[in-house]
Design a protein around this ligand. Structure first.
Ligand SMILES: Nc1ncnc2c1ncn2[C@@H]1O[C@H](COP(=O)(O)OP(=O)(O)O)[C@@H](O)[C@H]1O
Ligand SMILES: [Mg+2]
Length: 452
C-alpha cells in the first residue's frame, strides 16, 4: 500500500471519528433537552436503555447477594467418610426475561429455577430498587414458575398532574344498570394505571384514615360517578349528617343516628331477602342474571364513621347498636350477589369495637388504608390480607393527602392517590343527577339535611 493511500485512509477515519463525535454530542444535548421538557420521551429514548444495561449487568450479582439463586447440584456431598453441607460453587441464576419499557418505568419477568418459589423475590423487591436506582419495584406471582416485576422509575403519586375525573363521568344514564356501572375511577395508582373501585370484583370495601387524610374526598369522587348511573346510594352518618348531608339530594335514604341506621339496615336486609327470592324464582345466581325488566337497581351503602355504629355510651343505645351491626354483617354476607354493596369508612378500626368487627371485616375484600395514626388500624385494615402492606401504610406521611395503600388485582396491594375532588364538584354532580335517584322498597329518601 502506498503512503498516499494510507494517508487517505487515515483522513477518512479522522472524518468518521469527528462525525461520530458530533452525533454523540448531539445525542447528549437532545437527551438533556428531553429529560427536562419531555420526561416520557426521555424515558423511552434514554432512561430505559440505561436501566436495561444496569439490570443486565447486575442481575447475577443481585441474585447471589439476595439469596435468589438455585443450584444445579445438591448442597450436601460426601467428603471422605463425612457428609458435608455447604453452598454449591456454581449457582443457577433465574432468568430475567421480557424487559419492556412502559410509561411508568418497565416490566420484566423472572423465570424461576426448579425448586424456587416467588416469596424471596417479593421480599427482595426493595433490594432490586436500590440496585437499579429506581423509585420502587413490585414483585408479584401471577403465574406458576414466573414472577412479574413492575419497575417504577419515579413516584407517580408525588406530582399534582392528576387526571380530571369530572369529564370522565358518563353523562347520560341508562335505564337498567349493567355491571360496568359499579366501577368508579377515583385516582391514579403507583404503577401508572388508574385506580378503580370495582364493586363487581370486590363487592364491599373498608376505608380507614385519620381525620383529614382524604376519606371523604375519595368517597365523593366515586359517588359522583355512581350518581350518574342507575344506582341507589344510601348513607349512614351517625355524626348527625355532618359528612354525608351534601349527598342528600341524590340519596335513596340517609340515617343520622344509630337507631335510624338500625332501621334502615333492617329494611335493606328485607330488600336483600326479596331479591334472593326473585333470583331463586328465575334461577339466577345474582341480579345480573335476571332479565333486564326485573333487575333491581344496585344499592351502595356508604357508612361514614363505622365506629359510631359500634361504640355505645349507654344501655339504651345497646339495642340499636346490636341491631345495626348485626344487619350490617348480614348485608355483608348476603349482599354481593344481590347488588347490595358496602363502603365502610372510619378513622380507627380496632378490636375494641367488639368481636363483631372482625366478622364484618372478613366480608370486606376491598381495603383502602390512608394515613392512620395507630399501627393497629393499619393492621386491621391490611394485615389479614396483605401483611407486607402494613409497613407501607405506616410510611404514608401526614402531608400525603389522598395517598393510600389499597387492594389491587394480581399485585395484592398497590400505593395509589385519589384525585382532588372538591365540595363544589360534588354539589354539581349531586344536583345534576338527583332526578335519577332510584326508589328502594321500605326506604324513604331524606327530606332536608339536618341543621348543621
Ligand atoms: N387526593 C388529594 N389530593 C390533594 N388534596 C387532598 C386529596 N384528598 C384530600 N385532600 C385534601 O385533604 C383535606 C382532607 O380531606 P377529607 O377528604 O375531608 O379527609 P377526611 O374525610 O379523611 O377527614 C381536604 O382539604 C382535601 O382537599
Ligand atoms: Mg371526612
Amino acid at each position: 500500500m502506498t503512503w498516499e493511500r494510507l494517508a487517505a485512509l487515515g483522513d477518512a477515519l479522522v472524518r468518521v471519528g469527528i462525525a461520530l463525535g458530533c452525533l454523540f454530542v448531539l445525542w447528549l444535548l437532545l437527551g438533556a433537552y428531553l429529560s427536562r421538557r419531555r420526561p416520557v420521551a426521555y424515558w423511552y429514548g434514554y432512561g430505559f436503555w440505561f436501566l436495561l444495561w444496569r439490570m443486565r449487568r447486575t442481575w447475577s450479582r443481585l441474585t447471589l447477594n439476595a439469596d435468589l439463586t438455585a443450584s444445579e447440584r445438591p448442597n450436601t456431598g460426601v467428603f471422605g467418610s463425612l457428609v458435608v453441607k455447604g453452598r454449591p460453587l456454581r449457582p443457577a441464576v433465574p432468568l430475567l426475561i421480557k424487559i419492556r419499557p412502559r410509561r411508568f418505568g418497565a416490566t420484566a419477568v423472572v423465570a424461576l429455577q426448579p425448586g424456587q418459589v416467588p416469596q424471596p423475590f417479593i421480599d427482595a423487591a426493595d433490594a432490586m430498587a436500590h440496585t437499579w436506582g429506581v423509585h420502587a419495584v413490585r414483585a408479584a406471582a401471577s403465574r406458576r414458575g414466573r414472577v412479574d416485576l413492575t419497575i417504577l422509575r419515579a413516584d407517580p403519586l408525588g406530582d399534582s398532574s392528576m387526571r380530571d375525573l369530572r369529564s370522565t363521568s358518563p353523562g347520560a344514564a341508562v335505564p337498567v344498570a349493567v355491571p360496568e356501572d359499579l366501577c368508579a375511577e377515583i385516582g391514579n395508582r403507583e404503577d401508572g394505571q388508574s385506580w378503580v373501585l370495582d364493586l363487581i370484583a370486590l363487592p364491599h370495601w373498608l376505608i380507614t384514615g385519620a381525620t383529614q387524610s382524604g376519606k371523604s374526598t375519595l368517597i365523593n369522587a366515586a359517588v359522583a360517578q355512581w350518581a350518574a348511573r342507575p344506582i341507589a346510594l344510601v348513607g349512614i352518618d351517625c355524626k348527625g349528617g355532618m359528612e354525608l348531608a351534601s349527598l342528600a339530594p341524590r340519596l335513596s335514604a340517609l340515617a343520622y343516628d344509630r337507631a335510624q341506621a338500625a332501621d334502615l339496615l333492617g329494611h335493606l336486609v328485607t330488600e336483600a331477602e326479596r331479591r334472593m327470592a326473585l333470583c331463586r324464582e328465575h334461577r339466577a345466581r345474582n341480579i345480573w342474571q335476571l332479565p333486564e325488566h326485573l333487575r333491581p337497581a344496585p344499592v351502595i351503602v356508604i357508612v361514614d364513621e363505622l365506629a359510631e355504629l359500634y361504640l355505645i355510651a349507654s344501655r339504651e343505645q345497646k339495642d340499636a347498636a346490636l341491631r345495626a351491626t348485626t344487619n350490617l354483617l348480614r348485608l355483608g354476607q348476603l349482599g354481593a350477589a344481590l347488588g347490595i354493596h358496602l363502603i365502610l369508612a372510619g378513622q380507627r378500626v380496632g378490636t375494641d369495637l367488639g368481636p363483631g368487627i372482625s366478622a364484618l371485616r372478613a366480608q370486606l375484600g376491598g381495603r383502602i388504608c390512608l394515613k392512620v395514626h395507630d399501627p393497629e388500624t393499619a393492621k386491621m385494615t391490611l394485615g389479614d390480607l396483605h401483611p407486607d402492606a402494613v409497613d407501607a401504610a405506616q410510611l404514608i406521611g401526614p402531608a400525603d393527602k389522598g395517598v393510600a395503600i389499597t387492594t389491587a388485582d394480581h399485585f395484592g396491594w398497590v400505593r395509589a392517590r385519589s384525585v382532588k375532588f372538591t365540595d363544589d364538584d360534588l354539589d354539581q354532580a349531586v344536583h345534576a343527577t338527583r332526578h335519577l335517584t332510584p326508589r328502594i322498597p321500605g326506604l324513604t329518601p331524606p327530606a332536608d339535611p339536618p341543621v348543621a
